[in-house]
Design a protein around this ligand. Structure first.
Ligand SMILES: Cc1cc2nc3c(=O)[nH]c(=O)nc-3n(C[C@H](O)[C@H](O)[C@H](O)COP(=O)(O)O)c2cc1C
Length: 331
């Protein structure tokens, strides 16, 4: 349903225009030093403000409501929360019955029979990723010395990020992008051969992020055009070090001790300031929609820290399962 992980397990909660958003973490070991300021650092990387991001300004001040005592985790569930401050719902009331193409309005109406909170996209909003980022900040501390980092490779097909975003904004349009993520210092042996393969678990988490439409590991789709002699990563060390990393650090579903590398596709934002065709759900008639409200022209700009967060969460769970992270931390 709405949780991820076996031992280090997270749930996220909230709505874009409701009380707030957040995450609940179960299975975090006792004894981890933690403070709200540490969550803030990652939240600040997700916040809007740069050109091409939404004009909505949320301070995103995190609160740790449970599971923390004397500055350390207790082993009890950790409830992380942020209240919504900059809410303006008027544009959504008016457009209730004309679903935005590409967005979740139509499926939400069908699945929840009209009971969903449609203001600001409700539970489907990218704002929910603030909960992921907070949980990821906790996971990140837990998995040290494993380090996860992500960056934007390109937006709209161009490596010149700012120019491409500005061009989309000037045209009253939106663009997508590709996020590249790396994890280093991983032990060999995490993951399982089939359903809980590292690729399966990471993809499961990354596809949970709204607007992600593709994931590839290592050389990914380019492997289809390579020969085996090019694609095989030659092993050059008894620790499993390879000369190349076309596999992205995973063989047989299991980490091989090399860098974990994957890329994720972020689609162009569906809410664009242009007239688009849709249907009025009350009459069944085709109609024209002009999306109002405050939106990101390029969601990809805010995505790297979110991808890092879910990756850290999956790795924390795998390391808990493998016993690399004990249930109580000492020192
Ligand atoms: C950080 C972030 C910000 C987002 N901002 C917007 C936005 O301003 N407007 C919009 O239409 N979609 C936005 N989205 C994407 C929608 O939430 C997403 O497209 C929608 O829920 C449908 O899901 P799907 O694209 O995965 O099918 C954002 C996503 C993220 C992760």
């Amino acid at each position: 349903m709405n949780s991820l992980g076996r031992i280090f397990r997270i749930s996220i909660w909230g709505e874009s225009h409701g009380y707030g958003v957040g995450a609940l973490i179960d299975g975090c070991p006792a004894g981890l030093e933690l403070s709200a300021e540490e969550l803030q650092r990652d939240l600040d990387r997700r916040r809007s403000g740069a050109p091409g991001t939404t004009p909505r300004r949320e301070p995103d001040r995190p609160r740790i409501l449970s599971g923390l005592f004397n500055g350390r985790t207790t082993g009890a569930p950790i409830l992380l929360a942020i209240t919504n401050q900059d809410v303006d719902s008027k544009d959504y009331e008016a457009k209730r019955w004309t679903p935005r193409p590409g967005h979740a309005d139509f499926v939400a109406e069908k699945k929840y029979g009209g009971h969903h909170d449609y203001r600001g996209s409700g539970h489907f909003s990218g704002r929910l990723t603030a909960g992921l980022v907070m949980a990821g900040a906790v996971a990140r501390k837990l998995i040290r010395p494993v380090m996860v980092s992500a960056r934007l490779d390109e937006v709209g097909g161009f490596p010149q990020i700012e120019e491409a975003v500005q061009d989309a904004v000037d045209r009253g349009d939106s663009i997508g992008g590709i996020v590249r993520c790396h994890a280093i210092n991983l032990p060999a042996g995490l993951g399982e051969p089939f359903f809980d393969s590292v690729e399966s678990l990471i993809s499961h988490a990354v596809f949970s992020i709204p607007a992600i439409k593709g994931v590839e590991f290592g050389s990914g789709f380019r492997l289809a055009r390579m020969k085996g002699s090019e694609a095989n990563d030659i092993i050059v060390g008894a620790d499993g070090t390879t000369a190349t990393n076309h596999a992205g650090g995973v063989n047989g579903g299991i980490t091989n001790g090399n860098e974990l590398v994957f890329r994720a596709v972020v689609k162009p934002t569906s809410s664009i300031p242009q007239e688009q065709q849709t249907v009025d759900l009350r009459t069944g008639e085709r109609t024209v929609l002009r999306v109002e409200g405050r939106h990101d022209a390029c969601i990809a700009l805010r995505m790297p820290v979110v991808v890092e967060a879910v990756t850290a969460v999956v790795l924390a769970d795998l390391m808990r399962i493998a016993g690399v992270i004990p249930p109580v931390l000492t020192g």
